[in-house]
Write a protein that binds this ligand. Structure first.
Ligand code: 9G3
Length: 570
């Protein structure tokens, strides 16, 4: 490909609307352009990267026994009403009507469609297991589309659905997908971790997320270096440690005047009470009822765990006015003593002695509060976020935390969809049974963004070789020098013969501009042809990730390049 003909409109400035590095770089390097909020056009370089990701995904899905289909994006409301999800997803669905005023949605996912499809045409155990997948656009009307391709309203997903006769069959399909996903992310040469997404393992449900590691990833994970345990922080189990100090004696509770002191930090500064000796009191609406959650002063409440404990449909923070009316004090002065609400405490709180908390009176706190003597909780549960240093729930070694981008998610569904959508089969004895399902997703466009995010350096994108838009870029230093250009063109022809994916930068630009662009778009190998190439019959080869160049005789370049690419793809 000639750079002079390639459509890659690069930008000098960092686009102001781009909050994350991958979004900035993909815009600047001319890979994507925004059409409207959360909707992007993929330009030729991006199209090449996406194709390579899709090909790897396809190969591994096929290897695992998947069969590719193409399901409709325009989906009738009836199916979603039947599964009960037409109401559940509300405004997150892109809805539309046809000329007959019938309701449709643009597919946010395809469980309903595929289950109905399989129901209509698969009736016997002899035709199971069945693994069907597609690679296609999905539509979700996010409230706040953000981070470029990371959270778009239109995005490309690979989704596979497995249909089995029973739980054992599902286990086999699930394991195949688990292995296939590992192969995919290894082949993509991304640093990733697999984490438990549902550690509770309730009702045989199992779920894993595949996280590409990135400092600015939106998800936090904890993992153990001693065993295989890893989990999304939202789901990580916090086990209770042995109390460190000997039983502390209960001291007499005291009320102290704390004018203007509202936060945990305030109380630390004002009275030198360590955060671990304080309690955070948070008030929520659990559906219609106000409830309180208590965590240690330096901890964060995990709303997902709390919601599971309560078993409510909706959980959201109470407004200060309602809290003040019921509890007698504003947010900064709340505590469990005399609180007229059901109070749920974190496991860790149950071990605390003589702690400080609000007195439910503005500008007053209690010190030396104790569980049992001073208040009685409605429940004692694991309701906080895990943090670095917590002990592993499997082997007790210390956990580490790290940020990541969720690029894959696999899930055992069981019979949830097959029952409501009536996807049954006849077993060997002629009995009718619901199919046992799993679903397995990979965000294709998000994987491209995650790769750009993970590899980037101060000069631009660094694509892993298997998904780089081109493998090699040839840069003649002076496009006005005919000899240089001739040497460059003949190398370009040679590379093409050898099947190398090559760009030649034939543009009439300064060498500095060409080098900057080659770095920005992230081509793994750069070949520079300058005056020395002609005088000494040598060219420079530079890896995108290396500081130094390598000098190679002109007639040995293509074999050297091929060897380097081979090594880089190992
Ligand atoms: C919706 C809307 C948003 C959604 C869903 C449905 C997320 C929805 C979960 C999944 C699960 C799996 C197939 C591939 C693997 C993951 N957001 N999910 O079901 F209607 Cl608006 O998509 N789907």
């Amino acid at each position: 490909m000639k750079a002079s003909e390639l459509f890659f409109p690069t930008l000098r400035e960092v686009p102001s609307e781009a909050e994350v590095l991958s979004h900035q770089l993909l815009l600047r390097a001319g890979f994507i352009r925004k059409a409207t909020a959360g909707v992007y056009s993929y330009l030729p370089l991006a199209s090449r990267v996406l194709k390579k990701i899709m090909n790897i995904v396809r190969e591994e899905m096929d290897r695992a026994g998947g069969q590719e289909v193409i399901l409709p994006i325009v989906q009738p409301a009836e199916l979603w009403k039947k599964s009960g999800r037409w109401e559940v997803y509300g405004d997150e669905m892109f809805r539309l009507k046809d000329r007959h005023n019938r309701d449709f949605a643009l597919g946010p996912t395809h469980e309903e469609i595929i289950t109905t499809l399989v129901d209509a045409d698969v009736h016997s155990y002899r035709h199971l297991p069945l693994l069907l997948y597609q690679i296609q656009n999905k539509y979700r009307d996010e409230i706040r589309p953000r981070f470029g391709l990371m959270r778009g309203r239109e995005f490309i997903m690979k989704d596979l659905y497995s249909f089995d006769i029973d739980e054992e069959g599902l286990d086999v399909s699930y394991h195949k997908m688990y292995e296939a996903y590992n192969r995919i992310f290894q082949r993509l040469k991304l640093q990733y971790r697999v984490v438990e997404a549902d550690s509770g393992a309730i009702g045989g449900n199992e779920s894993h997320e595949f996280m590409v590691l990135a400092e600015n990833g939106e998800a936090e994970i904890v993992y153990c270096e001693n065993c295989d345990y890893g989990a999304n922080t939202e789901k990580a189990v916090c086990s209770l440690e042995e109390p460190k100090a000997a039983e502390e004696e209960q001291l007499e509770r005291e009320k102290v005047h704390t004018p203007g002191q509202r936060t945990i930090q305030d109380l630390l500064d004002y009275m030198n009470i360590p955060k671990e000796k304080q309690i955070k009191t948070l008030i929520y609406y659990a559906d219609e009822e106000l409830v309180a959650a208590l965590v240690r002063g330096d901890r964060e409440l995990n709303e997902i765990k709390f919601k599971n404990v309560l078993g409510c449909n909706q959980l959201f923070m109470a407004d200060e006015a309602a809290v003040k009316q019921l509890c007698g004090a504003g947010f900064g002065s709340l505590g469990p003593v005399g609180l007229p609400l059901k109070t749920y405490i974190d496991l860790e709180v149950s071990q605390m002695k003589n702690f400080a908390c609000g007195a439910n009176e503005d500008d007053y706190h209690f010190i030396n509060v104790n569980l049992g003597r001073d208040f009685t909780p409605a429940g004692i549960n694991d309701i906080r976020n895990a943090v670095t240093g917590d002990s592993c729930p499997v082997c007790s070694a210390p956990l580490y935390s790290m940020r990541g981008i969720e690029v894959g998610h696999i899930f055992k569904l069981g019979t949830k969809y097959s029952e409501v959508l009536e996807a049954n089969y006849l077993d060997q004895k002629g009995r009718e049974k619901p199919m046992v399902m799993g679903c397995y997703g990979i965000g294709i466009s998000r994987t491209m963004a995650a790769a750009a995010e993970q590899g980037a350096d101060e000069n631009g994108i660094v694509w892993p070789l298997p998904i780089a838009p081109f493998e090699v870029i040839i840069v003649p230093v002076n496009s006005k020098n005919e000899e240089q250009m001739q040497a460059a063109w003949s190398l370009y022809e040679e590379f093409k013969q050898e099947g190398l994916e090559t760009i030649i930068d034939d543009r009439d630009e300064r060498a500095g501009v060409k080098f900057k662009d080659a770095d920005l778009i992230g081509i793994p190998l750069r070949i520079t042809i300058g005056p020395r190439s002609l005088q000494e019959k040598q060219v420079e080869i530079k890896k995108r990730t290396a500081k130094d160049v390598e000098l190679v005789p002109l007639d040995a370049v293509s074999s050297r390049v091929k060897l380097m690419l081979k090594e880089m793809s190992k």
